[in-house]
Design a protein around this ligand. Structure first.
Ligand code: ZN
Length: 262
């Protein structure tokens, strides 16, 4: 059986572009996906009193089809037993030792041992590294145990963005495809978890008790793949920055965008 090439597969003809550098494709601000991702980032900058930064660049992250296939198989297995949406696009902030994403001359992954960002993009997430340096947890107390932490809240992911390079100008966050399947909702910490509770595929931490902002945790490396690198920084003082898109178009864009995730 011939398997369709994934939207993020290097081999997919739609990713053959002169702009591609290695695994990264810079998106134009006029690109529908750029607009939709920026919209997601802006709408979910939720921390009150923290000035929303301006999105500076967005890169599509590519993998070999063979590297995506375990994720696609996992997603198909979950979709076969769950109804509705099984994949969400969620942010993850981590440590960056290089200046990846800052201009066209900074698009090659570094080899620095303390650069979690390049490690994650190169090899995707590794739950075995969580609690160590490559998968910064969203809380120091391992709120929901040993897993891979993501959030729809761009400002919460920003809490875990750390630039080690003194030359770094911007900050970056990873927007990933996350197979949430049937999530188990928790308002209180469950620090001993190493897998989702029986009958569930992920943990969904919701605000109200121990959390101020939503987060999602998966416990399987194949439940997640990075999709876009979002580069941002400095306050967004130009409120009319970027192409104007009617609200109806944004909704259409969102649907197009979502189709790449489900
Ligand atoms: Zn790096």
């Amino acid at each position: 059986m011939v398997t369709a090439l994934d939207f993020f597969a290097i081999e997919n003809p739609r990713n053959e572009t002169d702009n591609r550098q290695g695994r990264l494709i810079p998106l134009e601000p006029s690109d529908l996906y750029y607009m939709c991702i920026k919209d997601q980032f802006d709408r979910h900058w939720e921390h009150v009193g923290r000035m929303r930064p301006r999105v500076r660049a967005i890169y599509k992250v590519l993998y070999l089809q063979s590297e995506l296939q375990p994720f696609l198989d996992y997603k198909a297995d979950v979709a076969a037993v769950r109804n509705g949406l099984v994949v969400r696009s969620l942010f993850h902030g981590t440590t960056r030792a290089c200046r990846l994403g800052e201009g066209s001359h900074n698009l090659v992954f570094c080899e620095l041992s303390d650069c979690s960002l390049c490690s994650i993009i190169r090899n995707s997430f590794d739950v075995a590294m969580c609690g160590e340096k490559f998968c910064l947890q969203l809380t120091p107390s391992n709120r929901f145990g040993v897993g891979i932490y993501t959030t729809p809240c761009s400002s919460k992911a920003d809490d875990y963005v750390k630039n080690l390079s003194p030359d770094a100008k911007w900050r970056v966050s990873l927007l990933s495809r996350v197979v949430v399947g049937k999530p188990k909702k928790f308002r209180h910490n469950r620090t001993t978890l190493t897998e989702p509770p029986h009958g569930f595929d992920s943990v969904w931490g919701v605000p109200g008790a121990d959390l101020n902002y939503e987060e999602t945790v998966v416990y399987d490396n194949n439940a997640i793949r990075p999709a876009y690198l979002v580069v941002y920084g400095d306050a967004d003082l130009e409120l009319d920055f970027g192409p104007k898109v009617p609200a109806t178009s944004i909704e259409i864009i969102r649907r197009i965008f979502a189709s790449a995730f489900v």
